[in-house]
Design a protein around this ligand. Structure first.
Ligand SMILES: [Zn+2]
Length: 151
């Protein structure tokens, strides 16, 4: 089952449970989804239900933002900070710090000279562009996570 945050044309928020996105659309189109407050059958999906899964850090920035987005579309800044902190922790635990050697290491893995592993490091904009042109996938992070591990 998936939980959708829904709102009617009067903007009354409510939740609906559906087996799939298609199930939601079918039920709505047949007039089976109605606002529990006013009974309106003009119902729209809102953003995903904002639920933070404490056990699993978001795997990217979009997920961190999404997990902190409330039903009304506002960002819960405390939740966002928590999600970003979890994300940074995950990056640090699952990658090796290579500092300025990021481009060199990324290329070595891409061209099969080294086994693949998670790395984090620095690259200037020009280098990042070149890596992308070579088809090397990586994520740019808007916040610092590239400090060496203490262990
Ligand atoms: Zn309503």
């Amino acid at each position: 089952m998936i939980v959708y945050n829904l709102a009617c044309d009067q903007n009354h928020p409510f939740e609906g449970w559906f087996s799939s996105p298609i199930d939601f659309e079918n039920q709505r189109d047949r007039g089976l989804v109605e606002c529990p407050i006013c009974g309106s059958k003009t119902v729209e999906r809102k953003l995903h239900a904002p639920r933070i899964n404490v056990g699993a850090a978001p795997s990217n920035r979009e997920q961190a933002v999404e997990s902190a987005t409330q039903a009304d579309g506002d960002i819960d800044t405390a939740k966002l900070a928590q999600a970003v902190a979890g994300f940074v922790k995950g990056v640090r635990e699952n990658t090796e710090y290579v500092g300025e050697k990021f481009a060199e290491e990324a290329r070595a893995m891409h061209y099969g000279e080294k086994p693949h592993k998670g790395i984090r490091g620095r690259a200037d904009k020009e280098t990042a562009r070149e890596l992308r042109e070579e088809g090397i996938e990586f994520q740019s992070l808007p916040f610092p996570v590239d400090f060496p591990n203490s262990h």
